[in-house]
Design a protein. Structure first.
Length: 286
């Protein structure tokens, strides 16, 4: 899937397109493309992490905890090399996907059929009734008491409320983390910082789960007719809320407070909880 070898999987993709439709076949193609291309940064990132762990052990001072040595010595010039590599990788990633996407659109004759593909499945709508059209004389579905401005205002109010609530939940652990409370025992100071970074990670992950239900509720109130419109609106609202919720603390720590150690601690806690613990929970219960 990294180069032209992805065409070897076309028979599998074609079966999905024939049975479920082109939209789901595009999704499976992107999923395979994404997994294949993530191998490159995973290998290089793992190598950089191992190097930083070794560096932290070598430069660890007497009576210094390893975690402090690791965070203190991990900010070096090798990170800029890795970021340069990620910049090139992300460009190749996008260009490779555009090439696959255009190839599939040509092979399936998608041009000119977007409306047909998107609007081929209707979903139940709230507050509707079937009437006989005055001019057409055919049976038509009519939405009662349709008030687009009211629906838009209600959706916007729910989004704003979710964002404000997310900010308040984020503000509390960040406030105590930045207070840098000092104890006589340095270990207690580190545990204090660790406690609030873990609280931050739990708040972010918990709110991301809650925002899934909030976004579904908001989109349901919008009363879409077609499944494609429902899915597009759901993706936009879910991604927007999660983007604000996930990166607000990191953005403030990096650009407002300009504390790189905050960013390291927050990223470490998020990665540990999201990539390790949540995956273990999903593996057990799913």
């Amino acid at each position: 899937m990294l180069g032209d070898s992805w065409i070897d999987y076309f028979s599998f993709i074609q079966l999905i397109a024939n049975y479920y439709g082109e939209k789901y076949a595009f999704y499976m193609t992107f999923l395979m493309h994404n997994i294949a291309w993530l191998i490159l940064p995973a290998i290089t990132g793992s190598g950089l992490f191992v190097y930083q762990v070794i560096q932290g052990l070598d430069l660890q001072e007497k009576d210094e905890y390893f975690i402090n040595s690791f965070f203190k010595n991990s900010d070096d010039r090798n990170n800029f090399v890795y970021m340069f590599f990620i910049g090139i990788w992300s460009t190749c990633y996008m260009e490779s996907w555009k090439r696959k996407q255009n190839t599939l659109r040509f092979m399936w004759g998608i041009e000119g059929r977007e409306q047909e593909i998107n609007n081929n499945q209707e979903i139940p709508q709230m507050n509707t009734e079937w009437t006989i059209g005055v001019q057409s004389g055919k049976k038509e579905k009519k939405i009662l008491e349709a008030e687009p401005c009211y629906y838009q205002f209600r959706s916007l109010a729910l989004v704003v409320f979710s964002v404000v609530f997310s900010f308040l939940v984020w503000w509390l652990p960040m406030k105590y983390l930045k207070s840098q409370k000092e104890f006589e025992n340095p270990l207690y100071t580190e545990l204090w910082d660790l406690f609030w970074t873990v609280c931050y990670a739990l708040c972010m992950l918990g709110l991301n789960k809650a925002f899934l239900f909030v976004a579904q509720y908001i989109v349901k109130l919008e009363n879409h007719k077609y499944l494609s419109d429902y899915e597009d609106s759901l993706v936009n609202k879910t991604a927007g809320l999660m983007l604000f919720n996930s990166f607000l603390g990191l953005f403030v720590a990096a650009f407002y407070d300009e504390k790189f150690d905050y960013v390291q601690k927050l990223l470490a806690s998020l990665i540990i909880f999201k990539m390790v613990i949540l995956n273990i929970i999903n593996l057990i219960y799913n």
